[in-house]
Design a protein around this ligand. Structure first.
Ligand code: SF4
Length: 489
């Protein structure tokens, strides 16, 4: 697809908008108006005295449509407003020629709830909801869901203070790679020899980070060990990492310590006991689906039965707070089979359920055929409706929500929990409420200026072998957190 840009700099937004309709199409964004293609979108902005003329054009399947609007220049004083109106024009054409109406309208950002909260602070709840629907073309269903999610995360957000921070540890190893995964996770078969050294270095980084947090007088609110699949580590290695965390941080205000067990085939009693013995109080066990055929299709080497057994084992071992992750839109899954997955999950009564929509990054192994928006979107939408309906009726509440690029149907991921069982870490990371100190390969520390929106990201090396071979550089980079905070003290 060729996307032509004339007279403005909103190429990023226009490209994201086209990607909603053509998620797997290569988009060439250009200011060269002579570039031609059978699939072509164009947007232009032309100031003319007190008026600004906005123009969008779309050519596809041998048809061509143009839309124009003349707007008083005074109405476009804010650059964002010009971008929004141009996006609405192009959206209208895409919607007409693709015969498809994305539910989130022109909203392409990953944090709609954060945006809704900012709008609510600026203009009040009702006006913000109305702007979502009429300004950003988000449909009524998604606007309602956003309002409800905003409501349930408020209490958690209010508990964060300017000196708060959370801690994230990355274990970027998995037993095998799932077909839809684009995450840099190394299969254990390839990387087993790296694990002991990785654990040792990670503990060193944890110790250094603990000293840093103490020297800055920061207050630990939550800890999350994620991946990859942290339970790829042995029980001894898990204990070693968690002990390093306990030894180096002050837990007097910490309200949650999550370990993502992830793949049910990596869970055993010894690991669960190690997690509990070292203060882990929330575990995520992720079946993704209870349909064995779908599990095979996506390359997960466990069965639905194993997920049920892992859950029962976790309960027997004494885990009182369990999250389960599901995915809608998986290949070979159907609305009927997803309904059965939901039924099984609700029989278990986990404290929280996170419902993801399949997102297919270019580097995943599931191949995309055409570039056009595909029919699996309608099924994913029905599955999401099914999840929303059944979780609500079972007493769960949506408490965090986010979106990713290239999600099937351009839908969303939602964290649901029973009242009082919301994961604080999930809310903090998604809202960017406070600093996240992150350790391990691929981890990104986000230093947040107290009371402001300003964030500074400090990246660790992505791959375990780089993390190990350039470890001193990781420790050196961590010092930037101190320099960051010193600017404000
Ligand atoms: S378990 Fe998660 S991180 Fe690991 S391969 Fe599967 S999707 Fe990727």
């Amino acid at each position: 697809m060729v996307l032509q840009i004339e007279g403005h700099d909103f190429h990023y937004e226009m490209e994201n908008l086209c990607r909603i309709f053509f998620p797997y199409e290569k988009i060439v964004t250009t200011k060269d108006l002579s570039l031609d293609a059978s699939l072509l979108a164009y947007t232009g902005v032309f100031p003319q005295g007190n008026t600004v003329r906005l123009r969008a054009r779309l050519r596809m399947d041998g048809q061509e449509r143009t839309a124009e609007e003349a707007v008083p220049a005074a109405a476009l004083r804010q650059e964002k407003e010009c971008e929004r109106r141009l996006a609405v024009l192009l959206f209208g054409l895409l919607q007409e020629l693709c015969a498809y109406r994305p539910q989130w309208g022109i909203l392409t950002g990953v944090r709609p709830i954060k945006l809704l909260r900012r709008l609510t602070e600026e203009m009040g709840r009702d006006a913000a909801a109305s702007y979502f629907q009429n300004g950003l073309l988000v449909n009524g269903k998604k606007t309602e869901k956003s309002l409800e999610t905003m409501r349930w995360e408020e209490e958690i957000l209010a508990s964060s203070r300017p000196d708060s921070f959370s801690l994230y540890l990355s274990i970027p190893f998995c037993p095998t790679r799932c077909a839809y995964c684009s995450f840099v996770s190394q299969s254990v078969v390839q990387a087993a020899r790296l694990l002991p050294q990785y654990v040792a270095r990670l503990c060193e980084e944890v110790a250094e980070t603990g000293r840093l947090a103490a020297s800055l007088g920061l207050r630990l609110e939550s800890v999350y060990i994620g991946g990859g699949t942290p339970t790829t580590l042995s029980a001894e290695q898990l204990a070693q990492v968690m002990e390093a965390v306990r030894q180096n941080f002050d837990f007097s205000h910490c309200r949650e310590f999550t370990v993502e067990a992830g793949r049910p085939d990596t869970i055993n009693r010894e690991k669960l006991e190690a997690i509990l013995a070292h203060g882990g109080d929330r575990v995520s066990i992720n079946p993704q689906t209870f349909n064995d055929e779908v599990l095979r299709e996506i390359g997960r080497q466990h069965t639905a039965e194993q997920a049920l057994e892992a859950f029962a084992l976790a309960r027997r071992t004494g885990v009182k707070n369990i999250n389960m992750d599901l995915i809608v839109g998986l290949p070979k899954d159907t609305v009927e089979s997803f309904r059965e997955t939901m039924r099984q999950v609700l029989l278990l009564t986990p404290e929280s359920v996170t419902v993801h929509t399949l997102s297919l990054k270019r580097s995943s192994r599931i191949n995309q055929s055409g570039g056009r928006f595909d029919s699996s979107a309608a099924a994913a939408d029905q599955m999401l409706d099914e999840a929303d309906r059944s979780l609500s009726s079972a007493g769960y509440r949506p408490y965090y929500l986010y979106r990713q690029s290239r999600m099937v149907g351009n839908l969303e991921n939602t964290g649901w929990s029973l009242p009082g069982k919301e994961s604080a870490y999930n809310v903090f990371i998604m809202d960017e409420t406070h600093t996240i100190l992150a350790c391990g390969a691929g981890a990104v520390t986000k230093a947040k200026e107290p009371g402001k929106d300003h964030l500074q990201r400090i990246f660790n090396f992505k791959f375990p072998y780089e993390y190990l071979s350039r470890f001193q550089e990781i420790l050196d980079r961590k010092r930037q957190v101190k320099e960051f905070y010193e600017q404000f003290c």
